[in-house]
Design a protein around this ligand. Sequence first.
Ligand code: UD1
Ligand code: CA
Length: 480
Amino acid sequence: MSRQSSVAHPIVFVMAAGLGTRMKSETPKVLHRIAGRPMLHWVVTAARTAGADRVVAILGHKNELVKSALDASFGAGVVDVAIQPEQRGTGHAVQCALPSVQNEPDDRIVVILSGDAPLLASERIAELTAACAASPAGMALLSTVPPRPMPYGRLVRDAAGKLQKIVEHVDATEEQRKIEDTNAGFYAIKLGHLRKDLASLRADNAKGELYLTDLVAHAAERGGATSIDAPFTEVAGINDRVDLAGVEVAARRRINEAWMRTGVTMVDPASTYIDADVGPLGKDVWIAPNVALRGKTTIGDGVRIDIGSVLTDVTVAENTNIKPYSILTESKIGARAQIGPFSHCRPGSQLDEDVHLGNFVETKKTHLMAGAKANHLAYLGDASVGSKANVGAGVITCNYDGVGKYKTTIEAGAFIGSDSQLVAPVTIGRDAYVGSGTTVTKDVPRGSLALTRVKQVNVEGWADRFREAQAKRKQKGDGE
Ligand code: UD1
Ligand code: CA
């Protein structure tokens, strides 16, 4: 193994074995999502961004589920896993991770993060590591002053301000609970101290757990751990769904502000929902209220996304206009397209440049080539629509017979009249016409007209006679 600088590349433990009882959920707490990304993944991402040499996730409750989520996002085995079979406290959790670093030297710095506090910035990890390296006690931690009283551990200092110990909320006296400075739950410590001090932890406290926070009292004997103050919004831990919602708002604000700084306009950032893994968003993108961008969506320069549109795993090229209430999923949209209002692109839709898709048009596994139009009320499934083809109002591809799915090919320049059904598999040749109201069941050769319409009959005077007869019948009925 290449020995990297311990300060620039710490080993990071992420404590994530807790039950998360207060979430009242079947899903492990750390897999609940913040801006579309499991909260544990935020912490792991911060650690990796900070240059962590290794990340060890300490898992317990439903650990197989959590491990497969980590493998799916970061690659199999990229994040190491240590199992804490029973949750006997944060000190016990870290004890369970020690075997995974048994070959590391005592002067190696270990950063310990909480898997339920997703908004920690990667810079803090670097700060913590540097403070630990500089500290004679070989320990540093993040402190925070919550905006309202929280059940956090209180930082007890001596008259000179040196950190003496952490007292957990449940163990604290009334006097100690008045201390504003609390433990944020993030630490950096030299491995040698960690090994020695963890071995002497005792569960003589209100919860009957092994508290990691008791290491601070050991550090006091070496001159005192260094504390670094961090803003509460960055270190807020999630214990229940009220906390979850609070952190979600803070995460979204952070994401939105970052995009606005790169040149995205948001009419109302508070009602703009952009997931953590979305991006890049181009310059001069304009986003109206109640827009949600999800998954791995990317947006090109100058794109407008109007009210109520939801894009999930969509790529949009430059200068496309997405009008209100359009729903796009797993689709690829070319430049200068016009979409909506009320368009629905289902998975596998591909719209090339200058395509127009209008209101109440649904596409699925369909490729519309450059300049093709389907402006009103259509269903295009398993279809390919050639460039500049025009699909009229009410056109439907009949792609499914209850068993199989079949393909419709509309070649370039073809014109499909309104209210036609194209019964797949079928091909409409280049520049061909399909007359309105046609049910196409056979291929249409290029340049020809397909028509299945019944011949029109006009019965002269029929409507007048009909109305007269009705009126007479009514008069008679009233007289009785
Ligand atoms: C902890 C700190 C407290 C601090 C607060 C900040 C301790 C004893 N207390 O309290 O001083 O103010 O965080 O948010 O550390 N975990 C395990 N195994 C366990 C227990 C917990 O992996 O046996 C994990 C949890 O999944 C969680 C993290 O450790 O991610 C913190 O545990 P939690 O029970 O939430 O600690 P707090 O009571 O919040
Ligand atoms: Ca917590």
